[in-house]
Design a binder for this molecule. Structure first.
Ligand SMILES: *[C@@H]1O[C@H](CO)[C@@H](O)[C@H](O)[C@H]1NC(C)=O
Ligand SMILES: *[C@@H]1O[C@H](CO)[C@@H](O)[C@H](O)[C@H]1NC(C)=O
Ligand SMILES: *[C@@H]1O[C@H](CO)[C@@H](O)[C@H](O)[C@H]1NC(C)=O
Ligand SMILES: *[C@@H]1O[C@H](CO)[C@@H](O)[C@H](O)[C@H]1NC(C)=O
Ligand SMILES: *[C@@H]1O[C@H](CO)[C@@H](O)[C@H](O)[C@H]1NC(C)=O
Ligand SMILES: *[C@@H]1O[C@H](CO)[C@@H](O)[C@H](O)[C@H]1NC(C)=O
Length: 801
């Protein structure tokens, strides 16, 4: 089984998962509900793939950090290790089909440019149009970030479904695909269908786009969704596609009638494509996917076992967290069937990105430092601002996630110097002034960041480190005896950042149940020679535990004094140190989330220090930070932001800051702020510009005006000494409730759709193979003699050329 060797390549990464498996678990096989599970192909496949069990177990024994290992078969079944029970959805259906998953498609096929032609002539009215829409939508599902597409509807004229993208192709990222899906609903059927012009348009934009070099520059295809063609259009193919037949044609005949099928079949066979007939909605998915196995032929004939890494995604059917998958195609090595390019399936394994974050020695990056990684397309793989998404009121992660470009998070004033350097896999440094938002985008910290970046070998990813100036330059390294340190570390009021790695408990099965404190103890007492720990960090955390120990008795006496008095006042006291140690003392019983793992901003985390720690570190020494909670929705209007001036952001200088609060497009990114306003062309349609205030510490008192709806409201602001607070006096003469934000209109939508940022295309590309046998093209019935008379000489001519 050469196929499974890909698991070795990922095993160098030392990832981890929260529970450990009983090795006696075997894999389970899942077959999509809409497929017949007694199908001989499936039964056979399930039988031979049983051999994988042994490999799965061996891989897992060698590397316990492997979470899921799986094999997705070209026949549709899915074998997963370790086995879990699959739960049908509310309709009793398991819709999961591994063949339309990103990792499967990316491993099986090369990047592609696709033009989808949809017939909207009168005969398509009703159910046919519904099926056609569903077909187009399923085709979109099979496209990924390395692919490009456009959709053209045709009757006697051709209509670009998105007129703004007339004559070009766009990247098949989630945002663009969703945008086109909305437009599909607006299609209506009328008139007569003239395919010739549509085909001509498709060929010419594919050709033009290939010339620009911005597309996939690999394979190209035309998807034809129609209820029949009255001609063969051999003149069009002659002109644009023969003899090389570089553009494959995949006709999808919609409806039960096959009277007009022959011409479509002929087109598929004459252009290395595949013909399918889709007569009901239930047929759509299975038929659409056939084209993938045709497109995968050259790669399979080349015996190209290249590994692919997917961009970050959430697949709630397999695992609920943001993940990247490493996958590799599997094919038959039989010589007799080589030229048919038969793909058997794809093997893959998941790497949860939050586990990658744990590899980062957070204590060395300083309070504001962080690590991020992007894909070859500039999309974020991990970034601390990429937060888990929760559905309203629920603790469950939303199953969807849309790609976010690095430039949406690290805002550069002009050009995309950092982004493009990283996309192009360069190694270097960059620095810029940034305003980082904390507290879910509601507070701002001004910083000067230095970025260091490089590519990750063997993957399409680049990684960057951001360090903020003024932090982490000096370390204080204390030394205490091990006994004293361990004693103080084990006190009940002490907690360690449980997502940090003091000791690597993930690497060996026998250490997986240990907590960090237990592991430190065993390690320091020399009881586990195989446990790998960071001795320096442990020295430092033991030191912190000892020097902060006296606080405990002080807090206790404070608590005693308090109980004699009232129920008001201090509720909790806490401290944190750079080494991830925290101490807390509750003065009153509370069920608040504060400082518990529930409130991710309040505790030491895999990728950030607690919010209170960050804010205090930015405060002038010797003064206090008062944190006044924002009520929800505070940022919704400029005025409310303004009336909440008692926060950390206010000032003498009013500055226009762009906040991109755009839940529909980037649900996972909190508003980020740029130094200056971004140029308008870079705005997203729902980006909104709010007035905000930034404090300037040296200014103790100031006055100013805010213009609201035709009148001026004046205010006086005064710093309150030794705090981060301000006193604000405002007159109430004019009504500022209308002080509205400026939202960018839809005219910018088109600019954004057209905007093509730099990307690096995947190196592997297998569009053709001279030995490919393209005779299997979905045409079950024999070619009619009339057709054969035309076709055979043509084919003979083209092949011999
Ligand atoms: C595309 O745009 C060009 C120029 O704006 C226009 O001449 C042409 O008719 C448009 N084509 C379609 C199909 O809308
Ligand atoms: C695209 O362009 C490249 C180079 O310009 C060329 O080698 C390739 O054959 C073209 N592909 C298609 C499908 O026309
Ligand atoms: C595979 O088949 C080709 C021609 O059909 C032959 O030349 C080649 O030696 C065969 N290879 C093996 C490994 O059998
Ligand atoms: C994402 O999830 C939300 C809520 O679960 C849903 O309303 C929305 O339609 C989903 N979007 C996509 C593109 O699936
Ligand atoms: C730490 O202190 C111990 C004695 O308590 C001493 O033996 C050791 O050398 C010290 N280590 C360092 C790095 O100073
Ligand atoms: C507790 O109260 C006593 C008497 O009121 C006072 O002397 C002592 O300093 C207080 N302790 C603390 C820790 O404030």
């Amino acid at each position: 089984m050469t196929a499974v060797s890909c698991f070795e390549s990922s095993s160098g990464m030392h990832l981890s998962f929260f529970f450990f498996f009983d090795l006696s678990f075997l894999s389970v096989v899942q077959v999509p509900t809409n497929m017949y599970n007694k199908d001989p192909d499936i039964v056979n496949g399930v039988y031979w793939s049983e051999a994988l069990n042994k490999v799965f177990v061996e891989n897992f024994e060698r590397d316990p950090t492997l979470i899921w290992q799986y094999f997705g078969s070209a026949k549709g079944f899915f074998r997963q290790y370790p086995g879990v029970k699959w739960h049908p959805d509310e309709h009793g259906v398991i819709g999961f089909d591994c063949r339309n998953r990103k990792w499967y498609i990316q491993a099986a096929t090369s990047p592609k440019d696709v033009v989808i032609l949809v017939d909207v002539s009168g005969s398509m009215k009703g159910l046919r149009l519904t099926i056609a829409r569903q077909t187009v939508s399923s085709i979109l599902d099979t496209l990924g970030d390395d692919d490009f597409f456009n959709i053209i509807a045709y009757n006697q004229e051709i209509h670009y479904v998105e007129p703004c993208l007339n004559g070009t192709l766009v990247r098949a990222d989630r945002t663009n695909k969703d945008h086109f899906r909305e437009h599909l609903d607006k299609l209506f059927a009328k008139g007569i269908g003239l395919l010739g012009e549509a085909l001509t348009e498709a060929f010419s934009i594919l050709n033009d786009f290939n010339q620009t070099g911005r597309g996939s520059v690999c394979s190209q295809a035309i998807m034809l969704v129609t209820d029949g063609a009255t001609e063969m259009y051999d003149d069009v193919f002659e002109k644009y596609n023969w003899p090389e037949r570089k553009v494959r044609i995949f006709p999808y005949l919609i409806g039960r009638e096959s009277a007009f099928a022959d011409n479509l079949k002929w087109m598929a066979c004459a252009n290395k494509g595949y013909f399918s007939q889709i007569s009901t909605l239930a047929d759509v998915q299975e038929n659409v996917m056939r084209y993938l196995h045709v497109m995968s032929r050259p790669k399979v004939i080349d015996h190209e076992h290249d590994t692919v890494w997917t961009e970050a995604y959430v697949d709630s059917a397999v695992s609920p967290s943001l993940t990247t998958t490493v996958a590799m195609p599997v094919f038959s090595t039989k010589n007799e069937t080589k030229n048919q390019g038969i793909l058997l399936g794809v093997v893959g394994t998941d790497i949860p990105l939050q586990e990658l974050m744990k590899l980062i020695p957070k204590h060395m990056l300083g309070i504001h430092g962080y690590v991020f990684a992007i894909t070859n397309n500039g999309y974020i793989l991990t970034h601390p601002d990429l937060r888990p998404l929760y559905q309203e009121g629920q603790k469950r992660r939303k199953p969807n996630y849309s790609s976010v470009d690095l430039s949406e998070v690290e805002w550069e004033d002009k050009d995309y110097i950092l982004r493009n350097a990283m996309v192009n896999r360069r190694t270097g440094t960059f620095s810029m002034e940034v305003k980082r938002t904390v507290d879910r985008g509601r507070r701002v910290l001004k910083m000067h960041n230095d970025y260091y970046y490089t590519d990750i070998n063997g993957t399409p990813f680049s990684v960057g480190v951001a360090l903020s100036r003024g932090h982490g330059k000096y370390f204080f390294r204390g030394n205490v005896s091990m006994e004293a340190g361990l004693r103080d570390l084990e006190q009940p009021d002490v907690a360690l950042a449980d997502e940090w790695t003091y000791c690597n408990t993930e690497e060996k099965h026998e250490h997986r149940h240990l907590s960090q404190i237990q592991a430190i103890k065993l390690y320091m007492m020399g009881r586990r020679p195989h446990l790998k720990c960071d001795r320096e960090l442990i020295q430092e955390v033991l030191f912190d535990a000892v020097v902060t120990a006296p606080l405990k008795s002080y807090w206790n006496s404070l608590a005693l004094n308090k109980s004699e008095n009232s129920d008001k006042g201090v509720e909790i006291v806490f401290l944190g140190t750079r080494t991830g140690l925290s101490r807390t003392k509750l003065f009153v019983p509370t069920d608040q989330d504060f400082l518990t793992a529930e409130d991710k901003e309040g505790v030491f985390n895999a990728d950030h220090f607690p919010l209170w720690y960050k804010r205090a570190a930015e405060q002038v020494p010797g003064t206090f930070v008062y944190s006044i909670p924002f009520s929800t929705g505070m940022l919704n209007t400029g005025l409310r932001l303004h009336s909440s001036l008692l926060s950390s952001i206010h000032s003498s200088v009013c500055l226009s800051v762009c906040l991109s609060v755009c839940p529909s497009i980037h649900p996972s990114i909190p508003p980020s702020m740029s130094q200056r306003s971004r140029s308008k062309t870079m705005m997203v349609p729902c980006d909104t510009e709010y007035p905000a205030f930034v404090s300037e510490r040296t200014i103790k008192e100031t006055t100013g005006n805010i213009e609201c709806d035709g009148c001026l409201r004046s205010f006086v602001i005064q710093q309150i000494p030794s705090t981060n607070l301000f006193m604000v006096v405002v007159d109430n003469k004019c009504d500022c409730s209308m002080l509205s934000s400026l939202t960018y209109a839809s005219s910018l939508k088109c600019d954004r759709l057209k905007l093509q940022k730099d990307r690096k295309k995947p190196e592997s590309c297998h569009p053709f193979h001279p030995e490919e046998n393209a005779m299997e093209c979905g045409s079950a019935s024999r070619l009619s003699s009339r057709l054969a008379a035309i076709l055979l000489p043509l084919l003979a001519a083209t092949i011999s050329r």
